[in-house]
Design a protein around this ligand. Sequence first.
Ligand SMILES: Nc1ncnc2c1ncn2[C@@H]1O[C@H](COP(=O)(O)OP(=O)(O)O)[C@@H](O)[C@H]1O
Ligand SMILES: [Mg+2]
Length: 374
Amino acid sequence: MTNISLDPPSTATDVVLSVEDLSVSFPTEDGLVKAVRGVSYTLRRGETLGIVGESGSGKSVTSLALMGLLPKSARITGSAKFRGEELLGKNDREMSKVRGKHLAMIFQDPLTSLNPVYPIGKQIAEAVLVHHEVSKRTAWDRAVELLRIVGIPHAEQRVNNYPHEMSGGMRQRVVIAIAMANNPEVMIADEPTTALDVTVQAQVLEALEAARTEIGAALVLITHDLGVIAGHADRICVMYAGKLVESGTVDDIFYRPRMPYALGLLGSLPRVDEGRDARLTPIVGTPPSLLNLPPGCPFRPRCPLAQDICGEEEPELLPIAHGHSAACHFSSQLESASATDVFAVTSVDVDTDLVDVASTELATDVDTVSEEGA
Ligand SMILES: Nc1ncnc2c1ncn2[C@@H]1O[C@H](COP(=O)(O)OP(=O)(O)O)[C@@H](O)[C@H]1O
Ligand SMILES: [Mg+2]
């Protein structure tokens, strides 16, 4: 687990990734889909930044843009710098020197990242060999070592396994091992545990943490589930309708949220510390279409606090306190609000059904293979 950093002073050399006013839109037959709208964030050396938001809020497109992995049709503006070097606009050949070596990405579904016809050891060793001139033997030994770091038991035997011989959780560890193969400075994990069983999720997050600590990389941890981020991030960015709507330390977001959507996410999270009597307050409604967004705050139709101004002007992401920003016309009134104050209380005790709704919103394709049966 990482230490929760209270917004340490950042120096220019500390910043490994800086994203500034990044926007991405896709021309479609129906019109322009504005998937990402002016996202800015910085990632400092060794820290974990959580990006959280419902499905369709632009989390993946933001990361794919800076990795150079979007389809050619995507219109990208703004800036994304790795250690001061602009990534946007690099061609495939230039990007392939950066990807894997300096910036590595881990996707939701390990099967799409692994080749079914090769043993995992060969795939990890190849990742090592792409960017380093070492012997095959050295690369293979490194593969075994990496498997050990991500917590795969009997690594020297498992290294010969094919992907289909492993459970989903074990496969995701292999993907993490590949991502860390070249000691990248930045790892971006996009919903790394969403396809996994809840018990396996925690183990994979531990593996990711072990990998990050081992190589001293900074991590962008993307998820729709605020609960996943709680014990693993230093800072959090909340995304809604293609924009950042709140950013701050974990404590800022969990204890002092100032944007109703962030409050709502917290309200729909089962809290162990509040016991069985705690009420869950789900956010009703669905996120807006990113095609022809109406003026005003995109959260307005779902916001219990909405006033006239919210339908007219989209609130900007503005600083409230040091390192803490929110985009809400009424953020100053939310100083000590709780989700139950703002959202209607459902007068039901926390029961398993509700917990399921809140915590597995996207859990399609659940991996039910237990780690013991791997
Ligand atoms: N290639 C594409 N063409 C058109 N729209 C896209 C494309 N890729 C993503 N989108 C749209 O961009 C929005 C953001 O998607 P995404 O970043 O994948 O969301 P998230 O990762 O937060 O679930 C969605 O509305 C999605 O439909
Ligand atoms: Mg996504």
